[in-house]
Design a protein around this ligand. Structure first.
Ligand SMILES: [Ca+2]
Length: 111
């Protein structure tokens, strides 16, 4: 059976860089958001994301949140893994990967 996964928004509770983080999402080694730009500047706010995927029930998908840096290597801010096991509306906090001070969550739903 197929599920429809919708990624709804990225919630920033705490940014790492004073001017805002230059964030983008990766999944399975590929950048998936934002689609047109290289990154989106995130401050403490909710940034809408409109991504839809058809996935199989039971699918396990990982997402990585990255911060683009111009003068140094990009920072891997956090990761989440979601499992398509039930319909509903969810908010998962990214598990931090580095020493940054950021705190982010991803809002998503399965219908
Ligand atoms: Ca940056």
């Amino acid at each position: 059976m197929d599920y429809k996964l919708r990624i709804l928004s990225l919630k920033c509770y705490l940014k790492d860089e004073s001017g805002g983080d230059e964030v983008y999402l990766k999944s399975a080694g590929k950048k998936i958001w934002p689609v047109e730009e290289k990154y989106v500047v995130a401050k403490e706010e909710t940034t809408p994301i409109e991504l839809e995927f058809i996935i199989q029930k039971g699918a396990v998908i990982s997402y990585e949140l990255w911060d683009h840096d111009t003068l140094s290597a990009n920072d891997h801010l956090g990761s989440i893994t979601i499992t398509a096991e039930a319909h509903g509306h969810f908010v998962n906090e990214f598990t931090k990967q580095g020493k940054d001070n950021s705190k982010y969550a991803l809002e998503w739903e399965i219908g």
